[in-house]
Design a binder for this molecule. Structure first.
Ligand code: TYD
Ligand code: MG
Length: 475
């Protein structure tokens, strides 16, 4: 009986089916199956030789292990995100929207390493050598001894890399354009991408070179096609930013050698990406002082405190169902804060459209931003500007209480450094570890959200503004 050699592979999750169907059973995506030749893979177990297993030595968890040696990339923000630099022999996948600056970032890293005396190889499968040269010229990197090739055949690339000194860094831009003879299907298909990645990763592990693969991102923000590649690499980095904004944020989604909560901040300038060592200054640089609806949130990204402005606009709605739009924050978190304002603070928002925006294109995931968001919302509704020298942080619980958050002293210190003098924060937050670490700020503990709302409403009335119409349940 002839063995079937054509498989239908889901281009989204890599699952294999033996006939075509409209929907992938594994991931539920529609119309993602593509016929690919299954040839080249290992045959069924029965046809492989029955080798007797060899006993391997088992070890205990305790024991000597060398800390992974690191190779500094020459770009501080990348070192921060990777956890102190590249680990030799490690493979990183860099994902991001088209045009976000992946190629720019990597040519800058390659140039920095090459200038430091390491061999850096940049393989492009998307652009011509002339295009990469043009970019390097624009970035003022033409003199850096980066080795450049426009090539898509994995076998040729591995053979080229094998010549001469082992490279410190190999950039493959992008993995979707690579193909290998080992797989018969067309370039760009999951089978090709997986086989190419496997071959390149094998080279990196064997030689000790650091390999960076660029991966495209689909509309819904996943690295296109090969989610499979994410499992094969040591770290997945994602490069993000709003197209219209100059800020770019590098985030580790997965990292076998370091933390995943650090971010790297860059600014896209006419001369390439510039590192932003102090993001708070950048996010607060063009502040709209004295207008209602903005509050400064003292946040935390990984170990680094980041101050960012949260902007809110609350306006009477013209529609039956009021709009709620959020940029940079979780929509369900906003719904929760609005519900708490309505239920516990007597702030009626059902007749208002609500817009919330995190300035600078930052995306906040921390619940600690609740208090700042609530302050901005109430300030906009009341037409009362918040004090310009104040920062806010605290998590709001469904009961309307303000809960303590982690690392209050670090947030206060950063706020003090940037010239803020007042902090609205959860009760007991400042007493962490018995020591008072307020960084010289005046602390305004907020035990419950209603206190903050009353406070802001009073300011609004004082200015002759519209004021929040508070309906206290208790009369
Ligand atoms: P690129 O690195 O080609 O993006 P990707 O590889 O992620 O697709 O960056 C392209 C964008 O960056 C392009 O829209 C122009 C902009 N850019 C600058 O603003 N300044 C520069 O110095 C460079 C090189 C690019
Ligand atoms: Mg590119």
């Amino acid at each position: 009986m002839a063995r079937q050699t054509t498989n239908f592979i889901c281009q989204s999750c890599g699952a294999s089916h033996n006939r075509w169907q409209g929907k992938c059973d594994a991931c539920g995506d529609w119309n993602t199956l593509v016929a690919e030749d299954a040839g080249g893979g290992a045959g069924p177990a029965a046809t492989r030789s029955r080798r007797k297993g060899r006993a391997v030595a088992l070890e205990s968890l305790a024991g000597k292990s060398l800390d992974a040696p690191r190779q500094r990339s020459g770009v501080g923000e990348i070192d921060r995100v990777t956890g102190g630099g590249f680990v030799p022999g490690s493979v990183l996948l860099l994902g991001g929207d088209p045009g976000i600056g992946k190629s720019t970032l990597l040519i800058q890293v390659a140039a920095a390493l090459a200038r430091a005396g390491r061999r850096a190889v940049y393989i492009t499968g998307e652009e011509a050598v002339a295009q990469v040269r043009l970019r390097a010229e624009r970035l003022g990197l033409s003199s850096a001894p980066v080795e450049l090739a426009a090539e898509t055949s994995v076998e040729d690339i591995v053979a080229t890399l094998g010549e001469g000194k082992t490279p410190g860094l190999v950039v493959i831009d992008s993995i979707q354009t690579m193909w290998t003879d080992l797989a018969d299907s067309a370039p760009g298909t999951v089978t090709q991408v997986r086989a190419s990645a496997q071959a390149l990763i094998r080279y990196a592990k064997k030689s000790g070179a650091v390999l960076v693969l660029v991966g495209h991102v689909t509309k819904d923000g996943q690295i296109a096609g090969p989610r499979v590649v994410e499992h094969m690499v040591d770290a997945v980095l994602s490069f993000e930013g709003e197209g219209s904004q100059q800020f770019r944020i590098l985030r580790a989604v997965k990292n076998r050698f370091g933390p995943t909560d650090e971010i790297g901040v860059f600014e896209m300038t006419g001369a390439g990406l510039r590192e932003v060592a102090n993001p708070s200054e950048l996010f607060l640089s063009k502040r709209d002082l004295g207008s209602p609806g903005t509050a400064v949130f003292a946040g935390l990204e990984g170990t680094r405190p980041v101050l960012v402005e949260i902007q809110a606009l609350v306006a009477p709605t013209a529609l039956g169902t009021p709009r709620r739009a959020v940029v940079g924050w979780d929509a369900s978190r906003l719904a929760m804060v609005l519900a708490v304002l309505e239920a516990h603070c007597g702030v009626k928002l059902s007749g208002h459209d609500v817009y919330l925006n995190v300035a600078g294109g930052l995306r906040i995931a921390e619940p600690a931003a609740d208090l700042a968001a609530a302050a901005a919302l109430v300030s906009s509704l009341a037409g009362a500007p918040l004090p310009a020298e104040a920062v806010y942080f605290g998590e709001i619980s469904l009961s309307g209480a303000v809960r303590p958050v982690a690392q209050a002293p670090a947030r206060l210190k950063e706020a003090a450094k940037l010239g803020f003098t007042r902090a609205y924060l959860p009760e007991f937050a400042q007493g962490e570890g018995g020591a008072r670490a307020d960084g010289g700020l005046t602390l305004r503990p907020v035990p419950a959200l209603i206190q903050l709302v009353t406070d802001i409403a009073a300011r609004g009335r004082g200015r002759g503004g519209e004021g929040v119409r508070l309906k206290r349940q208790d009369g």
